[in-house]
Design a binder for this molecule. Sequence first.
Ligand code: PEP
Length: 255
Amino acid sequence: MMAGRRPVVAGNWKMHLDVQGAAALARDVVRATSLARWCDVAVMPSAPLIAGVARVLEGTSVEWGGQDLAAEAQGAYTGDVSAAQLVSLGCRWVIVGHSERRKYHLEGDDVVKAKTVRALGAGLTPITCVGEQLSERKAGQTLHRIETQVRFGLGGLAPADAERVVIAYEPVWAIGTGETATPAQAEEVHEYIRRLWASMYGDTLAAKVRILYGGSVKASNAAELMGQKDVDGALVGGAALSANDFGEIVKAARV
Ligand code: PEP
C-alpha cells in the first residue's frame, strides 16, 4: 500500500445469508469497523438482500454494492439485475467478472468489459476481477493471462473511468481454498498490472488506480499482503462472513 491511494476492503458475501442474517451481519460489520476512516469499506450481499442491508448501513461509514450486474441497460433479461437498479438501492460498488461468474456463467473478457463500462456509466465503482488458473500458473503463463484479461476486459476506457475502476487480482486457485498467494506472488502480479495500466493509460493514472488482492484473505495474512507496495486493499470472501474477521482485515488496511 502506498500513501496517496485510499485502500478498499470489500466483502463478497456470495450466495449466503437471508434477509435477517444479512441485516444482522451488516449491523455487526458497522460495529467492527466503526472507527475505520482510513479506507473504503463495502459489503456485497446477494441482490434480494441489498435493500435490507442498505437500511442498516444508511448513514454509516460502510457502503454496499452488488455482486454482478447486467451488461444491458434494461429489458427482457430474466433474472438479471441492472446498474440502475443497483443505483436505486443506494449501491456505490459492484463486483464484475468474478471468477465464479466467469466459470459458472461463462463470462468472457468481452462481457466483463461491457459490464464494467455499464457500471461506470451508471456512476457505480466496478471492482473488476482478473486472475489465473492453477494450471496457468504452473505453466508459467500467469502474467500473460493477466495481460489478456486486463487488455480485453479493461481496455479503451475514458481516462476518468480508468482512474475510477478498481481492479481485483484474484488467483483462481486461491479463492475459497484456504490457499493464499504469498505476498511476493501477489506483489509481482500487482506491480505488473500497474505497469500495464501505465502502458495503457499513462503513469499518472497508473499511480492512482487501486488494485485489490483477493483469495483466502484472512485476519492473519491481511497485513502482510496489504503491506505490499502495489496491493491497495482486499476483496474478501469467506472471512467477510465474520464481522470480527472482516473488522480485523479493515484494521490491517491502515497505511
Ligand atoms: C472472493 O470470492 O472474491 C474471494 C476472494 O473469496 P475467499 O476470500 O473466500 O477466497
